[in-house]
Design a protein around this ligand. Sequence first.
Ligand code: ASP
Length: 448
Amino acid sequence: MKVAKFGGSSMATATQLQKVGNIIQEDPARKIIVVSAPGKRTPDDVKITDLLIQLGEAYINGESYEQCYERVIDRFREITEELSLDITLLEDIEQTIKSVIGQDTSSISKLDALKSIGEDSSAKILSAYLCSIGLAASYINPKDAGIIVSNDPGNAQILDDSFARIYNLREKVGILVIPGFFGYTEQGELMTFSRGGSDITGSIVAAGVKATLYENFTDVDSVYAVNPTIVANPKEIRTLTYKEMRELSYAGFSVFHDEALIPAFKEQIPVCIKNTNKPHLPGTNIVAEKKQDEKCVVGIASDTGFSSLYVSKYLMNREIGFGRKLLNILEDEGVSFEHAPSGIDDMSVIIRDSKLTKEKEANITKRIYDELHPDTIIMHRDLAMIMVVGEGLVSTVGVAQKATTALASANVNIEMINQGSSEVSMMFGIKAEDLNRSVESLYHVFFD
Ligand code: ASP
C-alpha cells in the first residue's frame, strides 16, 4: 500500500487534477491520497491558503473581506466547472467559509479553521473527480482518519496515539482522499500544522498505515544537489538518506517539509519525491541506508538570515556553568539557537534573524552584561550558512581541505567552521554577500 501526496501546484487547476487522476489510476497500490490546497497557477498567482489567511485577517480586523472571498470561490468554481463536477460541491465550500466566519470562536481558532478549508475542499473535489472517472474513492476527514494533534494553532504536533488509529484505515475499501495540513485535538478542535504542512500529513499517514512507500508529488523532477537559482542545471540526487535530507532541508532545501521526515523516519518508510508533470521520471528516493558510493558529498545547502552573538570573557573555560547561563537567557526570551561554536575564552551563538526581535535582542544583551560580566558582546549580522552534506563525509580524508580551498579560491573569508558536530555535514558560516560565489565554487569542486 502506497500513500501519495499531491502538493499545491498539482491541485492548482483542473488540468493538473486530471494528471493527478491519471497517476492514481496507473497504480492500484496508490490507495491513500493526501492533498494540499490549490497552489499558484503562475509565478505571480496567489495560493488559496494565502487568500484564506488574507480573508481571515481582514475579517478579524473589521475590514472588508468580500474580495478575498470571491477570489477563493472563483478559483474553486473554475476547477469544479472544468471538471464538470456537481454544483453542490461549490455550494458546500461557500457554506463552510460562511459558517467558519460566523462562528463565535477566537481569532486564532477562526484563522486555523479558515486555513484548513483549502485542503479540505481540495480533497472533496479530488474524491468527486476520481468517482466521476470511475474509481471508487471517498473523502476522509482527518478526525475520522485518526489524526490527533497538540493544541498549538498553526504549529500543531502529532500525538503518538494517532498512529494506531490511522492503522485502521487499512481496513477501508477503495481510494481514500485525505486533506493535508490539519488535524484535531482530543477535544475536537481543528489545528493546522506549520505552513507547507500537507507533507507532514502525508508522512504521518504513511507511517500510521505502515505504507510500503510515501510518494510526494510536486513540481520539480527531483531534489537537486544545490539550489538551482544559484547554479544553473545542477545534478539531480537519485538517492539520499533521511539524515542527509534533514541537513539539506535545514539549510534551505524546501522541496520537502523538514518536520515531515520524522514520522517516515521513525517507521522507516521510504519516501519518493516525484514530479506530477513528468511522473515517468525516477525522482529522488529518501531511504534509511544507501550504498556508500565514491562520492560522499550529496548536496550543498545554503541559507541566509543568520546572526551570531559573540561573547568573550578571559578564563571563560574555568567558569562552571557559563554556557548554561548564557543559553538560559536565550531560553527565557523564547529564542532558540542553531549552533554554538566555542573557544577557550569565547562562545558564539548562531541565531536565525526571524527568531530575534529588537526587544528580545536588547533584553538578552543587557542580561548577559549584568549576569555574566563578559569582556565583549558583539552581534555579527548578515551571515549565511553553507552545509556540505553527505553520509561518511566527516570520516573521509580531504573533504574539509577541498571545501576550504574552494572557498579560498572564491576569495571568501570563512567566519566559522563546524565540522564533526554532525555525522553527515560540515558547516561554514560566511558573510551573506559572499554566498553565491561560495556555493558556486563548492559545487564545482565537489560535482564537476
Ligand atoms: N496549503 C498549506 C500551505 O500553503 C499547506 C501545504 O500546501 O502543504 O502552507
